[in-house]
Design a protein around this ligand. Structure first.
Ligand SMILES: [Zn+2]
Length: 191
């Protein structure tokens, strides 16, 4: 019986997480994340990546990518991995704790229902996203039954949302994955 929750990160993610990197807000942080998404596809993963930055300094805290298939773990979405690694790094479950600088989650695409919940509980104060939910579902992925006004729900709880950051480029990563016949695993739905 396993007594620890762990799974292997691919080499490119190990390297990304070991980097001492500072990036300005907006496009440059998203470009870094989209590069990770492309690398993840090349490494047999899904076309999604995410990273946590200290918002003001731009210091990279953690990077993740979708590893559901390789890890055999349905929660291994990019956002979940990035948030978990950031919390490990700061040794705290709440990235919004008073002793920490404001944390930003940068994600290649809008969060699905599960990751939306994870964002709420993570303590990040800013969420920046590339592709929209409609871009994700257009390629066959399921976002789950999110509240229609999920952006308003986050704002109401003190989390700022920046959308459409390099949206075209982010959409292209999804399109290329689908065009190459990459597998798509979704939440179970009634038929
Ligand atoms: Zn997700």
């Amino acid at each position: 019986m396993s007594t620890a929750l762990e799974f292997e990160l691919p080499d490119f993610l190990v390297r990304a997480n070991a980097r001492e990197l500072f990036l300005p807000p907006g496009d440059e942080r998203m470009r870094f994340v989209l590069d990770l998404a492309r690398e993840n596809v090349a490494a047999g993963g899904g076309p999604f990546a995410a990273a946590v930055f200290e918002h003001a300094s731009g210091r990279l805290l953690a990077a993740g990518a979708n590893r559901v298939v390789s890890s055999g773990y349905s929660c291994a979405h990019a956002e979940m991995i990035a948030l978990t690694l950031a919390q490990r790094r700061l040794r705290h479950y709440d990235l919004g704790a008073a002793s920490f600088p404001t944390c930003e989650l940068v994600s290649s695409a809008e969060p699905c229902l599960m990751c939306l919940g994870a964002v709420l509980w993570s303590g990040v104060r800013i969420l920046s996203v590339g592709a929209r939910g409609e871009d994700v579902t257009a390629q066959g992925f399921d976002e789950g039954p999110k509240p229609a006004d999920w952006v308003g729900e986050l704002r109401h709880r003190g989390i700022e949302v920046h959308g459409d950051v390099l949206r075209d480029e982010a959409r292209e990563v999804l399109r290329a994955y689908q065009a190459a016949g990459g597998p798509i695993y979704n939440a179970r739905r009634a038929t």
